[in-house]
Design a protein around this ligand. Structure first.
Ligand SMILES: [Zn+2]
Length: 69
């Protein structure tokens, strides 16, 4: 039996964050500026890493604004 393994996914993690002026448009909690890192994985093995900055909500985690670096 042949096992097809075309499982590509992306996983984002927050490397560091600090409070920034601004509030979340959804829940009105404070915003954070975060250094994000996204790993693109193939069969759960990361093969590509991308670092980027984003303004995220400290409470619900929604991304309010993102910057490509
Ligand atoms: Zn929020």
């Amino acid at each position: 039996m042949v096992c097809f393994c075309f499982l590509v996914d992306q996983k984002s993690v927050v490397r560091r964050s600090k409070p920034v002026a601004g509030t979340c448009s959804r829940c009105r909690h404070g915003a954070l500026v975060a250094d994000m890192q996204t790993a693109t994985r193939f069969c759960y093995i990361p093969f590509y890493w991308k670092s980027w900055k984003a303004i995220v909500c400290s409470f619900c985690g929604s991304i309010l604004k993102s910057y490509n670096t």
